[in-house]
Design a protein around this ligand. Structure first.
Ligand code: TXA
Ligand code: MG
Length: 338
């Protein structure tokens, strides 16, 4: 299949909408990462997503809507869901609600809940409106690879597998949406993202974070979200994350690097000089900058053939919690505290 990569102007978005309505797959930008979309109501179309990504069948998809009211057509409204939708949609937050039967089982991998999101990106919103259907979309990477934050990254993974990718530039947030279970009385964060637990607390009066967000599942433990079971965001090189006090971290990062091999350090921009003359790349100086650049840097490590990646950790708070959640998974939980 020939994959077109089109700048996301009105004409291209119209083509994308038609493709979606016909049951085909379309790559599109959101404010978090690029998504691989299909008509969420069309089981056949949704099956194509799992095939194109090589995604395990038991990992459910997020259903995207252009208007927050539409979310409540597909998920059962609760006061808590309403409160968070009003506070953060359109935006980088996904809400788990009880599923309406109109959503096919394949979309939710057989679960009784459905993940819904109203994204805050003009191209995503225009595309969903053109398609006139809710759009199921996982991140547009091959399963197990870092999520794409540019159209070129998505093309690298999906060329030959889907008919169209809409190029809307680099994604602003850079990590996937915050996934929040709102089926109970207290919001429960299953995947941290750009909407932080503190922001959710401020809107809802309380918020819990699933403790499996920062650790591997135990033997036989049931995953609150199927995504937690699967290895994610993995670069080809072996990645170690080092957390702790500044001086200790710098010393330990240098030490791991100096063990040899084709290595590269990922660090705060302000620390680049500490590692000279070693090979090092900066992820910015704030958690938001780190979130924005993380996946692109992991892809760059692969392109450069790096075999050993040593990355400075950040504090697992605010957007830093999302960064550390992705880093820990990319490192298969090889996270040291010094
Ligand atoms: O920012 C994002 O959320 C991006 C853009 C494209 O919107 N999408 C995204 O989708 O990251 P995906 O499929 O890569 O991640 C969806 C996550 C997975 O961890 C999945 O297990 C979880 O959401 N999920 C989806 N439906 C669920 C459900 N009903 N119950 C529990 N977890 C669910
Ligand atoms: Mg994904």
């Amino acid at each position: 299949m020939l994959t077109q990569l089109l700048s996301a102007d009105t004409a291209a978005i119209r083509v994308g909408g038609e493709l979606l309505a016909q049951g085909a797959l379309v790559g599109f930008p959101t404010e978090t990462v690029y998504g691989l979309g299909a008509n969420a109501l069309d089981a056949e179309a949704v099956r194509r997503i799992f095939i194109a990504k090589g995604r395990p069948q038991d990992n459910p998809l997020i259903v995207h809507v252009a208007d927050k009211e539409d979310a409540f057509l597909y998920g059962r409204e609760t006061p808590l869901a309403r409160k968070l939708a009003e506070a953060f949609w359109p935006g980088p937050m996904t809400l788990l609600m009880k599923k309406d039967p109109v959503i096919p089982d394949v979309t939710t991998a057989g679960l009784k809940t459905v993940a819904l999101r109203c994204p805050n990106h003009p191209v995503a919103l225009a595309l969903i409106r053109e398609a006139r259907v809710p759009v199921a979309a996982p991140s547009g990477n091959l399963s197990g690879r870092p999520s794409p934050t540019t159209a070129a990254h998505m093309y690298a993974d999906m060329a030959g597998r889907i008919p169209l990718i809409l190029d809307g530039g680099a994604c602003r947030v850079g990590v996937e949406s915050t996934v929040v279970d709102v089926t109970g009385d207290t919001p429960l964060v299953l995947r941290p993202g750009g909407i932080t637990p503190a922001m959710i607390s401020a809107a809802a009066g309380k918020c819990r974070v699933a403790d499996s967000v920062m650790r591997p599942l135990k033997e036989g433990e049931e995953a609150p979200s199927p995504g937690m079971k699967h290895r994610h965001y993995a670069p080809k090189g072996r990645l170690t994350v080092v957390c702790g006090g500044e001086e200790n971290v710098i010393r330990r990062v240098r030490q791991i690097y100096d063990e040899g091999g084709s290595a590269c350090i990922l660090c705060a921009d302000s620390h680049l000089k500490e590692y000279a003359p070693r090979r090092a790349m900066g992820f910015g100086d704030t958690d938001a900058q780190a979130a924005h650049s993380l996946f692109a840097l992991l892809r760059q490590m692969d392109d450069m053939g790096v075999e050993r990646i040593v990355c400075e950790g950040c504090e697992a708070q605010g957007v830093g919690l999302a960064v550390m959640n992705r880093l820990a998974r990319a490192a298969a939980f090889d996270v040291e505290t010094v």
